[in-house]
Design a protein around this ligand. Sequence first.
Ligand SMILES: [Zn+2]
Length: 174
Amino acid sequence: MCSMTVDINSLDIRYYPDPCLRARTKEVDPGDPGVMAVAERMIELMFQSNGAGLAAPQVGIPWRLFVTRDPEHEDDGLIWMNPIITPLESEPVGDIEGCLSLPEIEVEMVRPSRVRISAMETDGTRFEVESEILARVWQHEMDHLEGVLIIDRMTTMERIKNRKLLKALKKSYT
Ligand SMILES: [Zn+2]
């Protein structure tokens, strides 16, 4: 179930077709220590699973929150609360993406190579950052907040190639 009340210790990565991955998400209160605790746990899970980012719906929480690695400090994570993404003038670039909620599945995604993100500090003020390094992961995680998964954008070839993996995921979901 996708719960608004959270037991930090029970948080774990949800796999497709968990309905939380498609749930409607809600803005977080950036000053709520409970939100920060969830974000810190998500950073741990991201590192444990060797991921580049992790969005709240992927741990069963319908919040507008995701975490990413910090490109400047390899052991650190960054927390993005109530993010808004604006594509900047740039050449769209295709690259293979995976997803912690879709183990082993790979899909080529074409995305703007430069974007700006606006997110909230704990005091509720907004800050803005531009990045090429994080552009792809920001957009991937942002998709999660809209209930969008990489499998939604597969080509016919990718659909055929990933059919068995998807079927196995559906079968193992209980
Ligand atoms: Zn993902």
